[in-house]
Design a protein around this ligand. Sequence first.
Ligand code: SF4
Length: 376
Amino acid sequence: MAGLYLHIPFCKQACHYCNFHFATSLQHKSELLEAMQLELIGRAQNWQSETFETVYFGGGTPSLLKSTEIESLLASIRQGYRLDSTAEITLEANPDDCTEENLFSWQQVGITRLSLGIQSFAQNDLTWMNRAHDADQAKQALIRAINYFPNLTADLIYGTPGLTDDQWIQNIQTLTDLGVPHISAYALTVEPQTPLEKQIRLKQKPETDPEQQARQFLLLTEKLATAGYEHYEISNFAKPGFRSRHNSSYWKGIAYLGIGPSAHSYQPPVRSWQVANNRQYIEQIRKQVFIHESETLTQAQQLNETVMIALRTLEGLPLSQIPPYIQNAWEPLLQQYETAGWVGRSADRIWLTTAGKLQADGIAAALTVDKADQIN
Ligand code: SF4
């Protein structure tokens, strides 16, 4: 079982907070897509034993591709890889690309799930983020998209300076009222080397407020629980039957193949990645260099990743994956966290409470181990 990710590194304009790899010029799009086709062909041999249950077009903005280009990438996948007949095939799309014509053709070429980068319905917030769409486009795109893709997800961002709690509640309610069955919501983070980081450094924009972010996270969990969504991962909420199969496979440590510049792959215990530069990526692939860099994870690194990822999920961390001597070493910390109301425990697993989710990074860091003799 495996997942396949394709990174489409083009966007109409740069959102100020974004640190993903993308270019705002489409000048080299054809060459880049040719290189991705070559990469798909060149790496197929190493993935023959896997059945792919999910395909994910991410980026960047995959909805900038023509549907024939999406179709052609999917044809190469079907030709070179074993793709499950019920595979979940997701396309990330920006609202301004969601015309009736595009929605229809994405459906025709085999996309089964659409992920819409809404981020906010408040115009002041969208302008602040430098998004390419406006508030009305965001809403109209959702209304159109859900007719073609009942398996629909929307992204929101909270904790942006200027987003009031009332606006935040309104953002959440707009999605629940429209019946969007899956929502991903992220606290705004200020990433290095982004326009936002520079603007804050030059005091052109205020810093983020951790208290506002915590408050808006709690509002989010409360409103979506009331509306019948399962909080199945720290940033992800789904109506029953609508969890993201692709992201869930990452959280279960399942192998994935990443195609395109900056894409990461994981074939346990080896993680590899492509160069985050379109020109260099095209040159490397033309020379049949299919892996830019790689590292083999130690058992300790694998265990630390398992802990960090599993604690973010509703199911929590199965203790069967943790050697008893590590569980013993954790015991004083876990007792502290339990007393603080951050961690819940049963005989076979530990999980974070809602209050604990606000401390997730710190808890995972505190449970980090340097050596793990045996993981299973
Ligand atoms: S559309 Fe997405 S990938 Fe492109 S700049 Fe904005 S956030 Fe980043």
